[in-house]
Design a protein around this ligand. Structure first.
Ligand SMILES: Nc1ncnc2c1ncn2[C@@H]1O[C@H](COP(=O)(O)OP(=O)(O)OP(=O)(O)O)[C@@H](O)[C@H]1O
Ligand SMILES: [Mg+2]
Length: 317
């Protein structure tokens, strides 16, 4: 048996993906699109967060569903990166996602499949195993979409468990799964502008509207901390007592894929080492900017995160 301490960060990915990345000169119909070489990465919200946390050098464990040959390949890639992980068996094969970088325009085309349908016994086993492993982890990260077959209140059920067991639940989700978990209450939620606007059913056109939206979640007990990411406009971090604006760093953008996952990875890495919120936001901004430097699904490099951290300027609101 290993004597290593249990990791403080546990991530769950119910709908991971084997990410296939390639290039093409121009995306167009009918004709065969002759692509460049294929690159494979492990993918899915919680898987990516775990990859980032591991690179930054903290104890983490990624739980994810694993099915078929694609699931085995995903596992092999995580093993190659040395990310501590556990595949939760499912019958149907893990999905693949295709990202195509169009060299003529610099645009990324992302083709995302719904993922395999989970049987009731499968998602119930995932929930049980996550709670079991979570007994020794201070931070529970739930990130990514729910695959077909999984009820919308899946994250909400874990939010309830987290509260009962005094764990910090960090949520990056959208749609009905986000709504149900917020109704239960979480420690930290990281919506993008689009996700929060959809959740509240109103446009968030300017900073006062964004701040009011974040404060609404906090006042209603839906989240203790809201990290609202605004793409090229940066991010806002709001708690009951404090709020900061973080303008985006100006870096050459190779790809925005994985920026949100790197943001969450940086944030939770810092929180787990008991940095204060301000330092955690700094790290999250640096990690998300670092992700922009690398092509496709490659995510941030630790040396870039440390370099960019010094460039982050926060403004208290
Ligand atoms: N074009 C960009 N220029 C500079 N920084 C960016 C850019 N896009 C993203 N970022 C950084 O990455 C963070 C996360 O990006 P974003 O708000 O798009 O979230 P996301 O989770 O990737 O979005 P979604 O889940 O809706 O696809 C931002 O807060 C910002 O720091
Ligand atoms: Mg996101």
């Amino acid at each position: 048996m290993s004597s290593a301490p249990a990791p403080d960060i546990l991530t769950l990915t119910l709908n991971p993906a084997l990410d296939l990345l390639t290039t093409v000169e121009r995306v167009q119909p009918t004709h065969k699109l002759r692509c460049g070489p294929a690159l494979f990465h492990p993918g899915g919200g919680g898987v990516n967060v775990a990859r980032v946390v591991h690179r930054l050098g903290a104890g983490v464990r990624a739980l994810y569903t694993e099915g078929g040959a694609t699931g085995r390949e995903l596992r092999a890639l995580l093993d190659q990166e040395g990310v501590p992980c556990e595949g939760l068996p499912i019958v149907a094969p893990t999905r693949e996602s295709l990202s195509v970088h169009e060299t003529s325009s610099g645009l990324d085309w992302r083709f995302v499949l719904p993922g395999p349908t989970l049987l009731p016994a499968e998602w119930a086993a995932c929930e049980q195993r996550f709670v079991q492993c979570g007994a020794t982890a201070g931070h529970w990260v739930l990130s990514g979409s729910l695959p077909p077959g999984v009820p919308d209140d899946f994250y909400a059920r874990l939010a309830r468990q987290a509260r009962l067991q005094g764990r910090r639940l960090v949520l990056d989700a959208s749609g009905a799964a986000l709504g149900a978990a917020l109704a239960e209450g979480v420690y930290l939620v990281k919506p993008s502008l689009r996700e929060l606007s959809e959740h509240l059913g109103r446009p968030l056109d300017d900073e006062p509207a964004c701040l009011a939206a974040a404060r609404q979640l906090i006042d209603q007990g839906q989240a203790e901390i809201v990290a609202l990411t605004l793409g090229e406009r940066g991010a806002l971090l709001v708690s009951a007592r404090q709020a900061w604006r973080a303008p985006a760093l100006s870096v050459p953008v190779a790809s925005t894929i994985g920026a949100g996952d790197s943001f969450v990875g940086g944030l939770v890495w810092a929180l787990a080492r008991q940095d204060d919120l301000e330092q955690a936001l700094r790290l999250a901004m640096a990690a998300s900017a670092a992700a922009l430097l690398s092509e496709g699904t490659a995510l941030c490099q630790p040396a870039e995160v440390q370099r960019l951290r010094a460039q982050v300027r926060l403004e208290a609101l």
